[in-house]
Design a protein around this ligand. Structure first.
Ligand code: NAD
Length: 421
């Protein structure tokens, strides 16, 4: 039988596994298997040729038992309700694992931003908010940037929403804004910063030294490129990197500045001179200490998990490892630290932005990083101690299942306390 790769089916399968392991109440399980609210809108936008085009947009509020929804808005031609629902579910587990007072949500619009100019993008962003205005807000559901949405788009959305609700202090309705309209310091590389906090904790726990360790990173976008730079600062050697056009490998380590320049000049890191060209598939199977998937979902699957040679997998991308691969890595004794632990730095700093907006008082970058680091370290410790607790009672569970057990347990407890079941 071929492996299930539909994103929402995967999210449900992961929840089912955790529910079974932890003996989750079946009423809570039924509530948590589906989103609380799904909004689909037909969004009209006047394009530069003067004609109106209708775009399909979504906003899914998965669960709000622990606080307002939180999750990005993606503008993507292949956006689908299944993807948005899966990402909204993962946001629920992510905010719960980080133990921040927010729920999970996600949004998206089916569109190709590459064929749109600035004014069309602005019109689409404002129109999206006019359609979704009643469902988002500082105490309802707080969006953020995601694939192909930017701080500028967040600023337009905030501006449109503030007009809708008639407020001059509506900054906290969305995060990832530019600093000029009260975004947070440290947001730009928060995901990679948080990922490196987890790497530091993991290296300590699994008794690996980061200094001199060999790291392979798939993806050189926001998450992957900052992870590269920060890993090097920690003394690691990044030996392989890739983007959508291919990758490059050098066992002696790649040079970040030269790689960045190559990407800017030629459009791809694969044109870096000095290393050996490799495919994305081969990159995943390299003999490295740490493998960091930082690009796409479904990269490590039932068909290649037995060829992964890294000693540790750090999921900076969302959904890069399928459930089947998760079990294979567990059997093979390779710790695979899950996306909603590793890449939660972005949402944690989004949460900080929301807190600062609500308080009207702003923190320095150092304050942001240090608070982020405490949360990431605590989340990692919670995951490994849960894994250990189950191991002690004879149940071998993966770090992902341990993270689910914690997150689902927290959301279920909040629902119980509120009397939802
Ligand atoms: P991005 O668009 O900035 O970069 C994506 C990178 O992936 C690019 O280098 C692109 O060339 C590469 N890529 C695309 N197709 C590929 C392929 N077939 N093989 C290899 N590489 C390919 O995106 P990003 O913000 O860096 O996000 C990457 C992943 O991290 C996504 O899964 C995203 O959901 C996740 N993530 C990002 C953040 C964040 O703050 N940026 C937060 C949480 C999770």
């Amino acid at each position: 039988m071929s492996e299930e790769l539909d994103p929402f089916s995967i999210a449900q399968e992961q929840l089912d596994t955790a529910a079974q392991v932890m003996g989750l109440d079946e009423q809570a399980h039924a509530i948590l298997r589906e989103p609380m609210q799904t909004v689909q809108a037909n969004i009209p936008v006047r394009m530069r040729d003067g004609k109106v085009r209708a775009f399909t947009g979504f906003r899914v509020l998965y669960n709000s038992a622990r606080g307002p929804g939180k999750g990005g808005i993606r503008f993507h031609p292949q956006e689908s309700l299944s993807t948005v629902k899966a990402l909204a579910a993962w946001m629920t587990w992510k905010t719960a694992l980080a133990n921040i007072p927010l729920g999970g949500a996600k949004g998206g619009v089916i569109c190709d931003t590459k064929s749109m100019d600035g004014s069309e993008l602005e019109s689409l962003s404002r129109s999206y908010i006019r359609s979704m205005g009643r469902f988002v807000g500082v105490d309802l559901d707080v969006p953020a940037p995601d694939v192909y949405t930017t701080p500028q788009i967040m600023a337009w959305m905030m501006d449109e929403h503030s007009k809708l609700v008639g407020s001059n202090d509506d900054f906290g309705m969305i995060t990832g804004k530019p600093l000029e309209v009260w975004g947070s310091e440290g947001r730009f590389d928060a995901t990679a910063q948080g990922g490196m906090d987890v790497l530091r904790e993991a290296a300590n726990y699994y008794k690996m030294s980061i200094k001199g360790s060999r790291i392979a990173i798939q993806g050189f976008g926001n998450a992957g490129s900052y992870a590269f730079e920060l890993a090097q600062k920690l003394g690691a050697k990044v030996v392989a990197i890739s983007d959508s056009r291919g990758g490059v490998y050098d066992p002696n380590g790649l040079d970040f500045a030269r790689l960045k320049e190559t990407k800017e000049k030629t459009g791809s890191v694969a044109n870096y001179s000095g290393g050996e060209k490799i495919t994305n598939e081969k990159l995943l199977e390299l003999d490295a200490d740490v493998l960091i998937p930082a690009a796409l979902e479904n990269q490590i699957t039932g068909s290649n998990a037995d060829r992964i040679k890294a000693r540790l997998v750090l999921e900076l991308a969302n959904g890069p490892v399928t459930p089947e691969a998760d079990s294979i890595l567990l059997e093979r004794g390779i710790p695979d630290l899950p996306d909603f632990l590793v890449n939660s730095g972005g949402v944690v700093v989004s949460y900080f932005e929301w807190v600062q907006n609500k308080a009207g008082y702003y923190w320095t970058q150092d304050e942001v990083y240090s608070r982020l680091s405490s949360i990431m370290s605590k989340s990692f410790a919670d995951v490994v101690s849960t894994q250990l607790k189950y191991a002690n009672s004879g149940k071998k569970i993966s770090p992902r299942t341990a993270a689910y057990v914690i997150a689902v347990g927290r959301v279920a407890a909040a629902m119980k306390a509120r009397g939802w079941y």
